[in-house]
Ligand binder design. Structure first.
Ligand SMILES: [Zn+2]
Ligand SMILES: [Zn+2]
Ligand SMILES: [Zn+2]
Length: 323
């Protein structure tokens, strides 16, 4: 068992007291932070705005995309990959021809099923199918279509179904799509891929599973309050210093902290933050931490996790650390 897990599982009384003190300090440091509308304190989500304080770059030019451009390129990462395999020479032509696809967004969207009842209430389940239907209505529509029914007739005939509430994964901000597991589509897929853990194994899995890869949201849900405040503080320092922190930069690091069950950023051993040969040779990509890296004052390229921890260690007095 890792040290972080041990701390999370059986925290000693003095560790809890120190964590409380430290959380109070971090709360005072993060109280009037510079994130403004890019931190949703109610839902515990970072929501980087294209061109905003976190991303510091403009929006992807594909209509309806909403992602930011992570670097000097003209497109977001998702559309950059599409364009690369399109065979087109010009981004403008590719966009004008209507070739960019937006399909991945539907899966991560929080739009409800398009079925509406006679009394005007909508079906509260997530609309995940191509027609904007929830899983159950999508299956019902597949059956109806085979019998020759038209979509408008189907919509007029069917009624909303009861919702399942929020996804059971601690990190997640999407609605559940499945009755038994109470998972969203993304986590249901991960749960199946990872052997469908059950009972206490399911609870452990749900507490540690990674968040949906979404270029527009980073979830700080499912983290202890202290870890969340430490992250917010370090990010706020970067915003204050006008350094970019995009969603793709930080998501992987946040997920590693959650999976390790740490009680503080200072519990996470920096040697466990992966680097790669590209980063060491002075490049800018570190896929293992989910995004770009930045150079410190000495010109050494470091993963974002190191940089955030460095900000924290520099800024917060030693007596207020847990260790
Ligand atoms: Zn895009
Ligand atoms: Zn529905
Ligand atoms: Zn989920």
């Amino acid at each position: 068992m890792s040290r972080g897990r041990a701390l999370a599982a059986v925290p000693a009384a003095e560790t809890l007291a120190a964590a409380d003190q430290r959380a109070a300090l971090m709360r005072s440091l993060t109280g009037r932070g510079p994130l403004g509308g890019e931190w949703d304190a109610e839902r515990l989500l970072l929501v980087p705005r294209p061109g905003g304080r976190l991303t510091r770059t403009g929006p992807c030019p594909v209509a309806g995309c909403g992602r930011d451009r992570p670097g000097a390129g003209p497109l977001c990462g998702w559309h950059d990959r599409q364009f690369a395999s399109s065979g087109r020479v010009s981004v403008e032509e590719w966009i004008a021809a209507g070739e960019p696809r937006l399909t991945q967004r539907r899966r991560l969207s929080q739009l409800a099923c398009v079925v509406t009842g006679n009394d005007g209430t909508s079906c509260p389940r997530p609309g995940i199918g191509a027609a904007g239907l929830c899983h159950a209505h999508d299956q019902a529509w597949a059956d109806a279509r085979r019998t020759g029914e038209v979509f408008a007739g189907f919509l007029a005939r069917v009624e909303p179904l009861p919702g399942f509430g929020g996804c059971a994964a601690a990190c997640c901000y999407l609605k559940a799509s499945y009755r038994k597991s109470r998972l969203c589509v993304v986590h249901y897929r991960m749960w199946c891929e990872q052997g469908r853990p059950a009972g206490t194994d399911f609870a452990d899995w749900a507490a540690r599973v990674r968040q949906p890869a979404n270029g527009r949201v980073v979830s700080l849900r499912g983290l202890p309050e202290l870890v969340r405040l430490e992250l917010l503080y370090a990010i706020q320092v970067r915003v204050h210093e006008q350094i970019r922190t995009g969603a793709g930069n930080i998501r992987g690091y946040v997920d590693r902290l959650r999976a390790a069950g740490v009680a503080s950023l200072t519990d996470y051993d920096v040697v466990r933050i992966p680097t790669n040969p590209i980063a060491r040779s002075g490049g800018f990509r570190t896929p293992a931490v989910g995004g770009r890296v930045a150079a410190d004052a000495g010109g050494v390229i470091l993963p974002l996790g190191h940089l955030l921890l460095g900000i924290l260690v520099r800024s917060v007095p030693l007596r207020n650390r847990l260790v």
